[in-house]
Each structure stands twice: as C-alpha cells, then as structure tokens.
Ligand binder design. Structure first.
Ligand code: 1HN
Length: 352
C-alpha cells in the first residue's frame, strides 16, 4: 500500500490490517482514479529513422525471421517502460524481413496494421492472399485472420507494425494459434493476387458473398491510390485548420474504420502549413511517409518540439495539445484507438 497524503501512522496501520482481507481505502487513491483530465504516463516521443534503421538492420544479423517468429524492434514509449506499448492501448514496432526469409503463419485476436517503409519484393499473406508490398502500402490483418510474411526478393524490407496489444491485454482476451507448416516453406496461397482489392475495392461489395467475411475483407490499401486520394482532396480547396487534408481508411462493408479497434489516417500537409492547436482523447502514432516538419506537443511550460523527417515516427499522447508544421509538402500516416473511444461514447476533442 503506497503511503498517500493522508496516511498518518495510525491510518497506515489500519491499511495494513485490512489488506489481508482484500480491502483498501479509496480516499488514498480517489484523485488518481478520477483525474480532472487524462493524466497519461505516456510521453511525447520521436524515433528518428537515421537512429533506428541501423539497429533494425543489426537485429537482422543476430536473429533469423523464422526463429524470432516476428523480427521486430518495438517502439516503446519512454513513459511506459517494459510494457511493449507506444500508448496506453497501442503497440508499434519496426519489422525486418531479409531476402529468402519467411515469418510463419499464425493468427491472434489482436488486430494488426502494417505500413511499408522501405524495400521491394516482400509479401504479406492475409487469409490466403499474398500482397506484394510497396513502400507506403497500408495492409491490415484483422482479428483472427491467418497471416504470414515472406521475402522472395533481393532487398531487405522494413515496415511499421501497429497492434491493439495493450488494449486486448487490459481486456484479457488474447488468443493465438500457429498454423502447422514447415518453417522453410510458407503456406500456399489459396486466393489469386489482387482478389480482395478487386472484390471490395471498387466501390462495390459482392452480393451473396460465398467467402466467409472477416471483420474487414479489404486488407490492402495501395499507396498510389491513397496518395492520389489525399492529393485530390487538396485540389482547389483550403486545408482544414487542424488536419490539413486528412482522410480515413475505411472498411468498405461498414464505412467505418478499417478495423474495429484502430482508426488509420493519411494526411497531406502543404508546404509551410501550420496547424491550429488541437487536442483529442485518442493518443496517436504518426509515421512520416513524405516530407519534413515539426510537431509541438504539450501545454505552456511543458512544451516539446520534435523535428521530423521521412520515415520518422512520433507519438502524441492523449489530450496533449499539439500543432503540426510542414517545412515541405508532407504526407503523414497515423493510427489511434479512436473507434473504441467513439463506440463507448467517450471520445472528445478540443480546439485550444
Ligand atoms: C505479429 O503477429 C506481427 O504478424 C507483428 O507481423 C508484430 C507483435 C506482437 C504480437 C504479434 C506480424 C506482432 C505480432
């Protein structure tokens, strides 16, 4: 029992006497339990590509993808050490797959997203379809879908992984299974290349769908298409004062977020754009696809300015005031747990 502000020696003795009965005094913790505003332990943080890329490549020298199962360096929030978390509810990491390697097939209740950062020639397979990954491609692995990765190409390939691991840990509903297959031979695809995009990515959905629908049947959002969409949004209009030109990736069968637990966005900031100050209750992880700029995070007195460039990652914690500035035309990918907060009727934002 931590010694709270009201814990005189006699009170402390009382607390110790009730602890074996599974009892604890609310008044010592009440203010921490119901803070006037989110008091996250997560901190604003930046991972610079030039610092982390060499370490990701070094991981490739010390362990193989098959042995590691997933060879990933976790982007761990400095305020949440040892928790494999970038925010209170989300996990992020950088995954490397070298030429000739495979990462074996498995499935889990945690939903996953990938944003390809570097390299050509690797694929990710979801539900039996292989997608050849190109930088900027956004790929999802919805909850409980089988997935594996492979690199039959000639270049190392690195991508960002985002998962709802801490959220599911909080809910105690982690399940996982490994698919039986030789570790040197990936499972054979069961669907032709491009199938999901053709079926679900043409502003149409199949009537009387014979395939068992997953929670989100469209699993690939190729960068060329998403990029064209945000640039089209920018034509002939002024940027939104907070968001610039920002679009959400959707699940075509619901119109909602691509996955039920994580919202994902692509955002274009014109050169010299400076956003209005803004805060929202969903902490967000950003990946810089193109351009450079800065993000100012925190209130007066506790402000931090993080300068970002291509392939850098940064995190804006819950309810911290932030402003984005673009020194060049900039394209940002980001993700958060906003759909969960909205489903519970709890999400808030404020212009201030
Ligand atoms: C996972 O399945 C992948 O499939 C990446 O690439 C990272 C982190 C924790 C648990 C499962 C993947 C993961 C993961």
């Amino acid at each position: 029992m931590p010694l709270g502000p009201h814990a005189s020696a006699s009170r402390q003795a009382f607390y110790e006497s009730i602890a074996p009965l599974g009892l604890a005094p609310l008044w010592e913790v009440l203010h921490a339990l119901v803070p006037p505003r989110p008091a996250t332990a997560a901190q604003a943080a930046l991972w610079r590509w030039q610092d982390v890329r060499p370490e990701v490549m070094r991981a490739g020298e010390i362990i193989g993808a098959a042995e590691a199962v997933r060879r990933v360096l976790i982007l761990e929030n400095p305020g949440l050490p040892g928790q494999s978390s970038i925010t209170g509810t989300l996990y992020a990491g950088l995954q490397l797959i070298l030429p000739g390697e495979i990462a074996p097939s498995h499935r889990h209740t945690q939903s996953a997203l990938r944003l390809v950062l570097e390299g050509l020639g690797a694929y990710t397979a979801v539900d039996g379809e292989r997608h050849p990954m190109t930088p900027g491609d956004f790929v999802i692995t919805p909850s409980w879908t089988w997935h594996d990765h492979g690199n039959p190409g000639k270049e190392p390939v690195i991508w960002l992984d985002g998962l709802d691991i801490p959220l599911l840990r909080m809910l105690d509903l982690g399940f996982a299974e490994n698919q039986a297959h030789p570790t040197d031979r990936p499972p054979e695809p069961t669907r032709p290349p491009g199938d999901a995009l053709l079926r679900y990515g043409a502003n149409m959905v199949p009537v009387a769908d014979e395939r068992a629908p997953t929670s989100a049947p469209l699993f690939v959002y190729p960068y060329a298409r998403s990029r064209a969409a945000v640039f089209a949004l920018a034509r002939g209009t002024l940027p939104h004062p907070v968001h610039g030109f920002k679009m959400q990736y959707i699940n075509p069968t619901t119109g909602g977020s691509a996955m039920p637990t994580m919202a994902t966005y692509l955002q274009l900031l014109p050169k010299d754009f400076a956003s209005a100050a803004y805060r929202c209750t969903d902490a967000a992880v950003f990946s810089v696809i193109e351009g450079r700029g800065s993000v100012e995070i925190g209130d007066e007195g506790a402000k931090r300015v993080l300068e970002f460039g291509e392939k850098d990652h940064f995190v804006v914690p819950s309810w911290q005031r932030f402003r984005l500035r673009a020194a060049a035309e900039t394209v940002l990918f980001s993700f958060s747990d906003r759909p969960v907060q909205k489903a519970l009727g709890l999400w808030r934002d404020a212009l201030e």
